[in-house]
Design a protein around this ligand. Structure first.
Ligand code: ADP
Length: 348
């Protein structure tokens, strides 16, 4: 006769339940931990093991955690469901800690941990961007209003009137550039599906060079185009943004007189765009930051040449959307080369 004791049956049921729990929670992206009132872990899923470096057979007390996290668990042990944000290994986690009760008696706490680092960082960047935009829009507007007011109240000498009007003009242009760049960036951020075509970078560069002819003349910069076939399967607007912004910078941050060489070519089946200038170069300590929104090595130089501080972040964004790669090679005082590589010209 096969008679199993009641306690053995209970153990079997518990074992079975634990197996079911592991199966059900093993594919969850969120970390899940069940602990008893003595802070000992009863169950955990693989995501929790990864987030909190737990060993699979861990039955240590769950104590090696931040004070904030401990407080949340204590609150749950006091019978109150609560949630909050903690930092763990430089990741930002949202924690939900809930009391577990059985027949009205508190038996432990369930902890759900979601990794919200990406959303959190994006939100911080968005806030920082909004603050920067407001500041950047205000500066030229204040200058325009100040000059207009002085002119209106006849407080400007006749011979200075032109320079005030020129300032109003220049600042208005800068404002317009800024608004254009902000719109472009937000369109890129929207991640809409972009139409793709087989586009020769040669044509993109020619188009940008046409638009930039006047600026090159004003800055006494000679443009050399060394254009070989380089066909990219991509979005024409994105490619234009990349070429235009790199060429525009190569002119604006050049010496007077200076020169720019723009080349397009194919190497190992991959299309490339290279923009080289003989300009002021980028100091070593600024190289890592120039792709950030509104970062400028020399604010007054950027402003004087109509810069917005957004050109390279548009380039970086566009290169990423094209699944390309951008490299910077620069020596302060000598010049800068940006090289952009694109995936091979095939429809994916
Ligand atoms: P901006 O509108 O100020 O030109 P960008 O985002 O295009 O903004 O560039 C950021 C900063 O990087 C510039 O302000 C400038 O200091 C530096 N920079 C960009 N391109 C060049 C270049 N070709 N040579 C030297 N400095 C450059």
């Amino acid at each position: 006769m096969n008679r199993t004791s009641r306690s053995m049956n209970r153990w079997k049921r518990l074992h079975q339940k634990q197996k079911e729990f592991i199966t059900a929670t093993s594919s969850m992206r969120e970390g899940l931990i069940l602990m008893n009132t003595d802070w000992h872990i009863l169950s955990q899923n693989p995501a929790a093991e990864k987030l909190f470096h737990l060993k699979p057979e861990n039955d240590d007390a769950f104590e090696d955690i931040s004070d904030d996290f401990k407080e949340m668990i204590k609150t749950a042990l006091a019978g109150e469901q609560n949630s909050g944000i903690i930092t763990q290994d430089e990741r930002i986690l949202r924690i939900d800690a809930s009391p577990i009760t059985s027949h009205g008696v508190l038996t432990g706490v369930s902890i759900l941990a979601y990794d919200v680092s990406d959303e959190y960082t994006a939100e911080m960047q968005r806030k920082e961007f909004t603050a920067n935009v407001s500041h950047e829009l205000k500066t030229p507007l204040q200058s325009i209003m100040g000059s207009a007011e002085l002119l209106q109240n006849h407080m400007v000498k006749k011979e200075d009137e032109d320079s005030f009007i020129n300032r109003i003009n220049a600042e208005s242009k800068r404002l317009l550039n800024l608004i254009d760049d902000i719109i472009r960036l937000s369109q890129l951020d929207e991640n809409q599906k972009m139409e793709k075509d087989h586009i020769d970078l040669k044509d993109t560069v020619k188009e940008a060079a046409d638009v930039l002819t006047k600026s090159a003349e004003e800055h006494h910069v000679t443009m050399h185009l060394d254009l070989k076939n380089a066909v990219v399967y991509g979005n024409s607007r994105l490619l234009y943004e990349i070429a235009y912004n790199l060429m525009d910078n190569a002119i604006r941050y050049n010496h007077d007189p200076g020169s720019v060489v723009v080349s397009t070519y194919t190497e190992d089946g991959l299309p490339f765009l290279k923009v080289s200038d003989t300009g002021i170069g980028i100091p070593e300590e600024d190289k890592a930051r120039i792709f950030e929104r509104f970062y400028r090595v020399d604010k007054s130089h950027s402003r004087a040449t109509g810069g917005t501080g957004l050109g390279l972040s548009i380039v970086k964004h566009a290169v990423k959307l094209c699944k390309g790669n951008i490299e910077l090679d620069s020596k302060a005082g000598e010049g800068t080369t940006f090289t952009v590589g694109f995936p091979e010209n095939t429809e994916d």
